[in-house]
Design a protein around this ligand. Structure first.
Ligand code: NOJ
Length: 755
């Protein structure tokens, strides 16, 4: 009782404290807004780019506009010197309102971490939060106080290049990661010098683009949205994210940027979001091509719907005043947007000190140092997913002579992966450098290029944008292949480092065929033919189709694009200095025709029995199994784990109760290793059809060799709830199945009832 009273008083005090702060902020902002002209107000809603990054539009006359109070913020500008200069210009405007400086800090700032899809494979929330914190430390030391991250779009379509920027297919894992990242970026106080404001993106459903083609239409039922796509955005906002970015796609036939249901009814009214909405890059202008009207019409619609800040296109700047005069928007709508943008600047401490993030000394010491690099190496090794390891060919022995083959083995530009705008490319450690660091100068390492990324130079060029060259070799495929085979024949083991280049995933990098390009596969075939053991080190930004590879190579280590320390971390894993523990957050299909393939699908009325082979009049294909090649949650280790039976403390529960669930996991192999123990639930009967399983909890544990650990979970009513057709969030009485395992496919099962 005492504890409850204490908690009540504490929450009352905290609430009032934040209320008092908000009152102070609100008073300040109100007073400022009273002084602002309509032009100055509209100026605050204008976000310009320092350099063109992800579109063809470039901002012009930025200096003049800053001085004239026509700019609320700038992104893609960095270093304390440059930002100080720009801020000084903003402070020359009549009301001296500071600008906000943003950047796409996606997976690290200067010290790069693995691409987000790789980060999500760590299933390690502390690590992910720490990586975001470190990114904030570096970015704020370089003048930035706002990041366009995390991207929390659920994606079940690996053709979509931006799957690389997200956390995969699962709503539960995705929500946990979304919250961890926001906490890491924002810390406890946005006004601290080393924290920055997060911007959740892309609101909403951007990852469900039809055909996996970027920017394409999405269309889905509300019930699917609420259960399977919206929770990660909500989790990021609940964790305190200060801003959110509208997505490029349409929802229910209206682009997100001008979708009032999305940006006002759901976001503000239902979820209570208090921060601001920024459009994506020229998102306003693009509504002309969506067929929503001319620039004045679409920007009025966007403001009315709830968009507050206009990225790059200057539609707000050029038309809102006219729309106000013509009564197409209201003063209150403009004021709403201005207030939210100014609130954010206040929270970041920019009114108190506009140069808060311009500390040259911090820039010298806090960016890319031995500490950040060591952490990046650790994160990288935890993101690797071991997909196959026949006869324990991995880890390699230093006594074995290796031949390293592949187009990117010496390539620094491609190690960090897509969306690494603030990296210094020469910093990245290549695979050859990493191997050299591990094996020492004296060990002979055979090497050959073997292939280009693609045979076709145009395809190669498309895969090498933003100056990330693939160092194309002008020799023919045959010449490179013969050389590689000749060299590899002298080795004990072949390490074939193949797959995608960094920019084959990311924005506007959708692929219709998601395999290793044919010329690289031919090289791999030739290497396998030598009869030497072949380890495939896979560079990729998305799940690939690896059916042939899985049947024919000895080991597959998926290393994604692992960041600044990629080469060192790969060498650590290949030689057993680290033990792979990553688990897939997205299923790897057997072929493209299976897409979308995801673990938490519905059963249908005619489910396949699960036995091998095609079944007539059942939901399956004539030519391929239903199951993916590698399921969600899958990943091997150099050691092995054995799961005991599931123990429940009771087999039925009522609403207020919890069921304690435990399982013994034994490390039965020869190494200490980490395992992600995953708990899934199936609601066997519902008023809506329910998925065959849904992830509800997981624990990542270190288990020493020979050791058995008991892993405990508890299931409460909240784990059983879902949104019904009426969008009621409820748990329905009846039978449930609980499943625990090391991936979503191989699980132990038990059952209980909700009474
Ligand atoms: C477009 C991308 O969709 C978005 O993710 C990014 O933050 C902006 N460009 C700014 O670069």
């Amino acid at each position: 009782m005492k504890k409850i009273t204490f908690l009540f008083v504490l929450s009352f005090l905290l609430h009032n404290l934040s209320f008092a702060q908000n009152t102070k902020r609100d008073q300040f902002v109100s007073a400022l807004m009273k002084k602002m002209t309509i032009d100055e107000k509209i100026g605050q809603l204008n976000l310009l780019t320092g350099e063109a990054t992800t579109g063809s539009a470039v901002s012009s006359d930025v200096e003049l506009k800053l001085k004239a109070g026509k700019v609320g913020g700038i992104f893609s500008l960095s270093t304390p010197e440059k930002i100080r200069k720009a801020q000084e210009l903003a402070l020359q405007s009549r009301l001296k309102i500071p600008a906000i400086f943003g950047m796409d800090v996606i997976h690290g700032y200067r010290t790069m971490f693995p691409i987000p899809l790789g980060m999500s494979a760590t299933w390690d929330m502390d690590l992910i939060e720490k990586s975001a914190k470190m990114a904030a430390q570096e970015a704020t030391a370089d003048g930035i106080s706002w990041t366009f991250s995390p991207m929390v779009d659920i994606s079940r379509d690996p053709r979509w290049g931006r799957a690389s920027e997200g956390s995969g297919e699962d709503v539960f894992l995705g929500s946990k990661i979304a919250a961890a990242m926001v906490k890491g970026y924002q810390g406890k106080d946005l006004a601290e010098k080393n924290t920055m404001m997060a911007c959740v993106k892309h609101f909403a459903l951007y990852g469900a683009a039809e055909g996996g083609r970027d920017y394409n239409t999405t269309d889905m039922s509300r019930v699917r949205m609420y259960n399977e796509y919206l929770p990660p955005y909500k989790a990021a906002l609940d964790a305190g994210a200060g801003s959110i970015m509208a997505s490029f796609n349409e929802i229910d036939g209206i682009p997100a940027t001008a979708n009032k249901w999305l940006l006002t009814d759901l976001l503000r009214k239902e979820w209570g979001f208090k921060g601001f909405v920024v459009t994506d890059y020229t998102g306003n202008n693009e509504m002309i091509d969506h067929g929503m009207g001319d620039i004045q019409t679409v920007t009025a619609k966007a403001l009315h719907a709830g968009s507050d800040m206009d990225m790059v296109g200057e539609g707000f700047l050029n038309t809102l005043k006219k729309s106000l005069v013509e009564k197409k928007v209201t003063q209150a709508e403009i004021d709403r947007a201005v207030r939210l943008v100014l609130n954010a600047k206040y929270e970041l401490g920019l009114f108190e000190d506009p140069f808060r993030y311009c500390d040259e000394n911090r820039a010298k010491t806090e960016i890319y140092n031995s500490q950040t690099r060591a952490f990046s190496r650790e994160v990288a090794s935890k993101s690797f997913v071991l997909l196959k390891n026949k006869n324990n060919i991995l880890p390699l022995k230093t006594s074995q002579k290796i031949a390293v083959v592949g187009p990117l083995i010496n390539n620094k530009e491609n190690m960090a992966g897509t969306w690494s705008v603030s990296e210094v490319r020469t910093n990245s450690i290549t695979l050859m450098e990493g191997l050299r660091n591990t094996l020492g100068e004296k060990t002979e390492i055979l090497q050959a290029r073997g292939a280009n990324i693609y045979t076709d130079p145009t395809m190669d060029a498309n895969a090498a944008v933003f100056g990330k060259t693939t160092d194309r070799d002008n020799r023919s495929d045959e010449e490179m292949l013969f050389e590689a085979v000749r060299i590899a024949k002298n080795a004990d083991v072949i390490v074939a480092a193949l797959g995608e280049s960094a920019e084959m995933s990311g924005e506007s990098s959708s692929r219709s065929q998601i395999d290793i390009p044919e010329n690289q596969r031919n090289l791999l075939k030739a290497l396998v033919k030598t009869g030497k053991p072949v380890v495939l080190v896979l560079f990729t930004g998305r799940p690939l189709v690896l059916t042939w590879e899985n049947e024919n190579v000895d080991a597959i280590l998926n290393v994604w694009f692992a960041g600044s320390e990629a080469g060192n971390a790969i060498a650590d894993a290949l030689y057993g200095k680290t033990i792979p523990s990553g688990k897939l957050s997205m299923s790897f299909p057997r072929n493209e025709g299976q897409i979308p393939v995801y673990y938490n699908h519905k059963n249908t009325g005619r489910p396949h029995s699960g036995k091998p082979g095609y079944e007539k009049f059942r939901s399956n294909y004539l030519d391929v199994a239903n199951e993916p090649l590698f399921p969600f949650g899958y990943g091997l280790s150099y050691t092995t784990f054995e799961y005991g039976d599931i123990k429940l403390d009771k087999t039925s529960m009522t609403e207020g109760q919890q069921i304690k669930v435990s399982v013994d996991v034994k490390n039965t192999g020869n190494y200490d290793g980490e395992e992600v123990v995953q708990l899934y639930i199936r609601d066997k009967v519902g008023s809506n059809t329910r998925p065959v399983k849904e992830l509800k909890d997981f624990k990542k544990v270190l288990i020493k060799k020979g050791e058995t650990k008991t892993i405990d979970f508890s299931i409460s009513i909240n784990d059983l709830k879902y949104y019904t057709n009426e969008l009621q969030y409820i748990a329905e009485k009846g039978e449930f199945e609980v499943m625990i395992g090391g991936d979503s496919d191989k699980v132990k099962k038990a059952g209980f009832d909700l009474k």
